[in-house]
Design a protein around this ligand. Structure first.
Ligand SMILES: Cc1cc2nc3c(=O)[nH]c(=O)nc-3n(C[C@H](O)[C@H](O)[C@H](O)COP(=O)(O)OP(=O)(O)OC[C@H]3O[C@@H](n4cnc5c(N)ncnc54)[C@H](O)[C@@H]3O)c2cc1C
Length: 247
């Protein structure tokens, strides 16, 4: 490989971050490629309502497609592949996918994060339908006045349940952690007016545009139906946040 093969940059990932970088680099007339393995979290967004410039909201796949089109308009080369290895060289990097090898002065890691969601049957379908939300920053507004269940297994999730009180007076933290909730944390939740349920969630039941039940097993579903499922029709649906990382 000669110096003529040395790229200015390789961007790993073609989610919103990688494509934004690509639009800029293409317009700066840099020599670069984008390598994308497929699986942007943005593709899961049924409709984002907090993205500036889209007053009616925007679907995640549509957003990605528009961004990709914009990057390609300026000549961006987007390859499909998974970067398996990054090798630092004296000057720059060697970037290896299963099929191809590149050399570049710089690498932009735009690989995003992976959600660490609890394995609950029905949850994925809930996300697709916009009934299960991942991010209180993006979606808190959508649950204004709704009954909200926040599923989580740690301190961070409990704090997010408290944060959701910004929009709703009816918030329940559903603690699915293996360890009992620390007393001090439970006290903070109570003080903030957040109810607590300590139970695993074997399944989520969806009816039309609502989550109508959590299956807590042992006949507890009916008991919870009232508390958690009072979502108003005009507002977005009950939200819960699978425990783990977020954007
Ligand atoms: C259900 C849901 C709803 C959301 N709603 C909103 C919202 O309303 N508003 C908002 O602002 N945000 C929202 N988000 C968050 C938003 O999707 C992320 O913030 C955004 O996708 C992050 O962009 P990114 O480019 O950093 O990462 P990603 O979009 O995850 O893109 C990273 C890309 O890197 C690729 N990649 C990773 N490793 C490699 C590798 N080794 N080789 C090649 N490619 C690789 C992946 O395939 C992926 O395509 C939501 C997320 C989810 C899941």
């Amino acid at each position: 490989m000669g110096d003529q093969d040395l790229l200015d940059c390789v961007i790993i990932g073609a989610g919103p971050a990688g494509l934004t970088a690509a639009i800029y680099l293409a317009r700066f007339r840099r020599r670069f490629v984008v390598i994308e393995s497929g699986g942007s979290r943005a593709a899961w967004i049924p409709r984002s309502r907090n993205h500036p410039g889209f007053p009616e909201g925007v679907n995640g796949k549509a957003l990605l497609s528009r961004m990709r089109k914009q990057a390609e308009k300026y000549g961006t080369d987007i390859r499909t592949g998974r970067v398996e290895r990054l090798v630092p060289l004296k000057s720059g990097f060697r970037i290896e996918t299963g099929d191809e090898t590149f050399r570049a002065r710089k690498v932009i890691l735009a690989t995003g994060v992976i959600d660490n969601a609890p394995e609950i049957p029905g949850l994925e379908r809930g996300v697709e339908k916009g009934l299960v939300r991942i991010c209180p920053i993006c979606d808190g507004y959508e649950v204004t006045g709704c009954s909200v269940g926040v599923i989580g297994r740690d301190d961070h999730c409990a704090r997010e349940a408290i944060f959701i009180r910004t929009w709703s007076s009816d918030v329940t933290f559903i603690h699915v952690g293996a360890e009992p909730l620390p007393k001090a944390l439970a006290a903070d939740l109570h003080k903030a007016g957040v109810d607590i349920i300590e139970s695993a969630v074997p399944a989520v039941e969806i009816q039309k545009r609502r989550i109508t039940a959590f299956d807590f097993g042992g006949g507890r579903e009916a008991q919870l139906r009232r508390r958690l499922l009072r979502a108003r029709r005009h507002a977005a649906r009950p939200t819960r946040r699978p425990g783990g990382r977020q954007a």
